[in-house]
Design a protein around this ligand. Structure first.
Ligand code: PGA
Length: 260
């Protein structure tokens, strides 16, 4: 179950970078990706801030790049009086193929609940985007032995059943591992990924086709070990995605893992 899925290495640039920075970074990664040739064996996704998304995506499209572009969030409606928001249709129009939803920074700071994320995921799919739905426990929840139950509750509330399959990605991101340099023990990552897989497959047979990413302090040193774990089909990378020299070894680790 979930074995043999093409790995996905996603860079979440968060609220970082000017247009010039984003274009430079995307071009540097595109050159490396191109050098892998036709059988790269790994999908690479860049999620720039929305101010840079269109410029980066059209620059890559002009160059015939194989890199994917994604948004970091979207609204649950395709258009309307929602000042400051961006719709899934607009992201798609700008060349995005994916959208990150329910990142813990949005759950915590923008008070997004599972049902908000569910509505966004339905709208994203309707616009032709692949949602990357993030779940993860806080440190207090982990220390109380609640990690698995919290994650299953988040999955039940935020993942639309009819969306489960190849056109959905789930990212396990322990809140306490994001940007801290701390990561769970390999056995703990494997246990949560296996629980996520069981949850998805328990709801729909197609759950075996959904790629499961690990995120939280992934870097060039730990990527290979994390990506070799069962049911880890890629990584969602924050800090290390802001530099081609730090991000690329993670992509290489993803390539290696496709033979596991
Ligand atoms: P990090 O962020 O790699 O900087 O820990 C991961 C994320 O927030 O997606």
């Amino acid at each position: 179950m979930g074995i043999g899925l093409r790995p996905l290495i996603a860079g979440n640039w968060k609220m970082n970078g000017t247009l010039a920075f984003g274009l430079d970074l995307a071009q540097a990664l595109d050159a490396r990706y191109r050098a892998l040739g036709r059988e790269a064996g790994v999908d690479v996704l860049l999620c720039p801030p929305s101010t840079a998304l269109h410029a980066v995506s059209s620059d890559l499209a002009r160059a015939g790049s194989g890199l994917f572009i994604g948004g970091q969030d979207c609204h649950a409606h395709q258009a309307g009086a929602y000042t400051g928001d961006i719709s899934p249709a607009m992201l798609r129009d700008c060349g995005a193929r994916y959208v990150i939803l329910g990142h813990s920074e949005r759950r915590a700071r923008h008070h997004e609940r599972d049902d908000d994320i569910h509505a966004k995921a339905v709208a994203a799919r309707a616009a032709g985007l692949i949602p990357i739905i993030c779940v993860g426990e806080t440190l207090a929840e982990r220390e109380s032995g609640l990690a698995q139950s919290v994650i299953c509750r988040q999955l039940a509330g935020s993942v639309p059943t009819d969306g489960i399959g190849a056109d959905l990605v789930v990212a396990y991101e322990p809140v306490w591992a994001i940007g801290t340099g701390k990561i769970p023990a390999a056995a703990d990552i494997a246990a949560i990924h296996s629980a996520i897989r069981d949850h998805l497959v328990g709801r729909v047979g197609n759950g075996s086709l959904t790629r499961l990413l690990y995120g939280g302090s992934v870097n060039a040193e730990n990527a290979e070990q994390i990506l070799a774990l069962p049911h880890v089909n890629g990584a969602l990378v924050g800090g290390a995605s802001l530099s081609a020299t730090q991000f690329w070894p993670i992509v290489e680790a993803g390539r290696k893992s496709c033979s596991k």
